[in-house]
Design a protein. Structure first.
Length: 332
C-alpha cells in the first residue's frame, strides 16, 4: 500500500477564506471534505487604512471556529494556514495571526506573491485536463486584493514545478472596487480610472512575465468562475458545469461589461453570484477583461496568434497548498 497523509489547507484571502481536507499520496490527492468557503471580506478598507477592521477580524475568527469544528470531526496529520494579499498589507496582522492561532492551533503563514503564484499554478495545472490544451499555460489567479500571473509548463511532463515566470499585481476585485468603483452603478469615469490603474499594473507584470508566449489561459478564483457561470446562463452556481469549461473571450467580455455596469440591486437578483461577491464582482470583472485583452494582444504580437478562449478552473491556490504540503510531509 502506498504511503499517504491526510492534510488540511486553509487559504485566507482578501474576500474569502477556504478549507480543503484531502488525502495526498504519490498519485495525487483525493478530497475528504468538500471545499468549504466563507466570504469574510478580511481586506475591508485595508487598501486605504493598511489595517484590519475589527468587524473583519471577527468575521475571520467566526469562520475559523467553523473550520475548527469541521477539523474536529476529520482528524488530519497536519494543517497549513496560508494568508495572502490583505494580510501582507495589514499593519496589525500580528493580532490576526494570534487570534487564528488561538482558535486553530496553527499560526497563519503570510506568503509573498511569488509563492502564491507558484502554488496557484501547481493547484490549477495538477487538476485541469491538459490533453486538449496547448502549452505554455498562463494561470491567472484573480483574488480580492491581488492577481497573480504565472507562466509555465512545457508540455513534455507534468507542469508542477515548471513555472517559468510569475508576478503578483496589487489589483483585485475588492481593491479596485474600493479604490475606483465607488458609485452604484459605477460611472464611466470611474471605470476608465480603474482600467488605467489595471493596465499600468499589467504592463509592469509583463516586464517580468512574457505573457505573449502563452497558448492557453487558465483562470482561477471566484471572479472567473462566477463570470463564467453567468456567461453560461446558469440560474444557480454549479461548479460541475463551470470547472474545466472553455469559454470564448468574446463571451467573457460581454458578460463582464454587463455586470460591471449593473447596480448592486440588479446583481442581487442573480442567484449565481454569491451574496458576498455582489458588491465587488464588477471590480473583478474589469480586471479579468483587461487581463484577457492584454494577454491576447501580447500573444498576437509574440507569435501571430491571439488567444480566443480561456479555461475556467475551480482549482488554484487552495489545491496547491494541500498538494504541496502533502508532498513535503511524504518526503520528510
Amino acid at each position: 500500500m502506498s504511503k499517504a497523509v491526510t492534510v488540511a489547507g486553509i487559504d485566507c484571502g482578501t474576500n474569502s477564506i477556504r478549507l480543503k481536507v484531502a488525502r495526498v499520496d504519490e498519485q495525487g490527492m483525493s478530497e475528504i471534505v468538500p471545499r468549504q468557503l466563507r466570504v469574510i471580506r478580511l481586506g475591508q478598507g485595508v487598501d486605504k487604512t493598511h489595517r484590519f477592521a475589527d468587524e473583519a477580524l471577527e468575521r475571520a475568527y467566526a469562520a475559523a471556529r467553523e473550520f475548527a469544528d469541521i477539523l474536529a470531526q476529520h482528524p488530519v496529520d497536519d494543517l497549513r494556514f496560508v494568508a495572502t494579499s490583505a494580510t501582507r498589507d495589514a499593519e496589525n496582522r500580528e493580532e490576526f495571526e494570534s487570534g487564528i492561532e488561538s482558535i486553530l492551533g496553527v499560526r497563519p503563514e503570510v506568503i509573498d506573491g511569488a509563492e502564491e503564484a507558484d502554488l496557484s499554478f501547481l493547484g490549477a495545472t495538477s487538476v485541469v485536463d491538459r490533453s486538449a490544451l496547448k502549452p505554455p499555460y498562463l494561470v491567472v489567479d484573480l483574488g480580492g486584493g491581488s492577481t497573480e500571473l504565472v507562466l509555465g509548463g512545457d508540455g513534455q511532463n507534468a507542469p508542477a514545478g515548471q513555472v517559468q515566470a510569475a508576478f503578483s499585481m496589487n489589483v483585485g476585485s475588492v481593491r479596485m472596487t474600493e479604490r475606483h468603483l465607488k458609485t452604484d452603478p459605477p460611472t464611466e469615469d470611474e471605470i476608465a480610472r480603474a482600467i488605467e490603474d489595471i493596465d499600468a499594473h499589467i504592463d509592469e507584470a509583463f516586464r517580468t512575465v512574457p505573457a505573449g508566449r502563452a497558448r492557453t489561459i487558465i483562470g482561477v478564483s471566484g471572479t472567473v468562475t462566477t463570470m463564467t457561470a453567468l456567461a453560461l446562463g446558469l440560474t444557480e452556481y454549479d461548479h460541475r458545469a463551470v470547472d474545466g469549461y472553455r469559454l470564448p473571450v468574446s463571451e467573457a467580455y460581454a458578460v463582464d461589461d454587463k455586470f460591471l455596469r449593473m447596480s448592486r440591486a440588479e446583481r442581487r437578483t442573480y442567484k449565481t453570484i454569491h451574496p458576498g461577491r455582489v458588491d465587488v464582482v464588477g471590480g473583478g470583472a474589469v480586471v479579468w477583461n483587461r487581463v484577457l485583452a492584454k494577454v491576447s494582444q501580447a500573444a498576437q504580437a509574440d507569435h501571430g496568434e491571439g488567444i480566443d478562449s480561456f479555461v475556467a478552473s475551480e482549482h488554484g491556490l487552495l489545491d496547491g497548498i494541500v498538494l504541496d504540503y502533502g508532498r513535503r510531509l511524504l518526503t520528510s
